[in-house]
Each structure stands twice: as structure tokens, then as C-alpha cells.
Design a binder for this molecule. Structure first.
Ligand code: 5GP
Length: 228
């Protein structure tokens, strides 16, 4: 199996994080790519698990050293995917799952030919607004900023490979899982397939030879019709 990047993007409040968490809980062929950010940790967030929290200086130093597969500014902070994070997951034979905004997804699309881009949509604008305000983790102006950005991000859906509407969480997770399964089965990603096919062909040819041999033997062994 050739690992590919499963990129999830969504406007804030579409429920992408919960989809990602549920998807990761249920399967061991994927692993979360922990992003780096200059944003301060929110309550309950753990360094190295939620994000790699970096100072702006450290982020910029690593960015300038070419350590990021992609990066983008968002709401006054910098976010990025470290190449080392992707390499670590791929070395485990797993598909990295990335939770990133659209500018970063564009960069991955440009530089990686094995990225599968999934956009998660809220069922309606009202749901999105309610979810964001209900989250209550940020001041109102930050919420307004996220909403404005959400409206802009929606325009990027056409650049993605798949769109999933998060009306019901369980259904949305199942839909992302089915995308993952289908993409895993692309012939180009099944490295073991050529060997397996070769064996299959050999088995069939051997069976044909056996049948033809048996048929010839039966013909020879059969008594020839008596001449009068
Ligand atoms: P939050 O601050 O709510 O955790 O994330 C804000 C936005 O940054 C979300 O849209 C999230 O998907 C995006 N984001 C998180 N990590 C990355 C990353 O590594 N790269 C990019 N481009 N965006 C990210």
C-alpha cells in the first residue's frame, strides 16, 4: 500500500475536528499529522498532540530552513505542516490525516501528487454561525473574523476532490472513511498487485495445461470406433 495524504479542510465550525477524531479512533491505517502553530494553546490543548506550539521566531526559522511541507497565516498566526511529521507517519505505513485551511491545501496539491483533498461543509450557514458562537472559546471579534474567513473559504470547494456535508456526524465520518477506502484501492496505490496478478495468471495457465493434458489423455485412452 502506498500512503497518501488525506487533507481535510473546512470553515471553522463545520465540525471537521470531530470528524477527524472519530475517523482516527476507528482505524489504524491513518495517523494525525500534528501541525505547528504560533497560536497560543487553548485550554486543554497539549503540546505535541494538539499542535507543536512554536514561537513566531522558531516557526519562521524552520520555515526559512525549508522544514514545512506547507504553511499559511490564519487569524494573525502562522500554521504549518512539518515535513518530518509526514515522514514519521509514512514510515509507519500509515496515511497522514491533515486538518488544514485552504491555502495550505493548495500548496500540497501543487507539490505532492499523492494528496486527496476533502472539503467538509456545514449543512447551512445558520448551523455554522451557531456552532462557532456556541463554542465560546474566543472573543466576538475573533468569531467575526472566522466567519468572514469561512465565507471566503467556501469558494475553494471546487479545488477539492471530495465534498462531505456534516449534517449528521456519524454519516459524515462514514463518508470520509469510504473515500479513504476507495482511494486505498486505486490500482496505482496497490504495490503488491503486480506480483499477485502474476501468480494469478500462472495458476490459471497451469490449470488450463492440466485440463488440456487430461482431455488429450482421455481421447487417446478412449476405444476407437470399430470398423465393420
Ligand atoms: P485553530 O486555531 O482553530 O486550531 O485552526 C485554525 C485554522 O488553521 C483551521 O482552519 C485549521 O484547519 C488550520 N490549520 C491547522 N493546522 C494547519 C496547518 O498545519 N497548515 C495550515 N495551512 N492550516 C492549518
Amino acid at each position: 500500500m502506498t500512503p497518501f495524504l488525506l487533507v481535510l479542510s473546512a470553515p471553522s465550525g463545520a465540525g471537521k475536528t470531530r470528524i477527524k477524531d472519530m475517523l482516527l479512533q476507528g482505524r489504524d491505517d491513518v495517523a494525525y499529522s500534528v501541525s505547528a502553530t504560533t497560536r497560543p494553546p487553548r485550554e486543554g490543548e497539549v503540546n505535541g498532540r494538539s499542535y507543536h506550539f512554536l514561537t513566531r521566531q522558531e516557526f519562521e526559522r524552520r520555515r526559512d530552513a525549508g522544514e514545512f511541507a506547507e504553511w499559511a497565516p490564519y487569524a494573525g498566526n502562522l500554521y504549518g505542516t512539518l515535513k518530518s511529521e509526514l515522514a514519521r507517519i509514512v514510515a509507519q505505513g500509515r496515511h497522514p490525516v491533515l486538518d488544514i485551511e485552504v491555502e495550505g491545501a493548495r500548496q500540497l496539491r501543487e507539490h505532492y501528487d499523492n494528496a486527496v483533498l476533502v472539503f467538509v461543509l456545514p449543512p447551512s450557514g445558520r448551523t455554522l454561525v451557531e456552532r462557532l458562537i456556541g463554542r465560546n472559546t474566543e472573543p466576538r471579534d475573533a468569531v467575526a473574523h472566522r466567519l468572514r474567513r469561512a465565507a471566503e473559504e467556501l469558494a475553494a470547494v471546487s479545488e477539492y476532490d471530495y465534498a462531505v456535508v456534516n449534517d449528521d456526524l456519524t454519516t459524515a465520518v462514514a463518508q470520509v472513511a469510504s473515500i479513504l477506502d476507495a482511494e486505498t484501492r486505486r490500482v496505482s496505490r496497490q504495490q503488491g498487485l503486480p506480483d499477485g496478478l502474476g501468480q494469478l495468471q500462472q495458476d490459471i495457465e497451469a490449470a488450463v495445461r492440466r485440463i488440456e493434458h487430461d482431455a488429450r489423455y482421455a481421447e487417446e485412452a478412449a476405444p476407437s470406433p470399430r470398423r465393420e
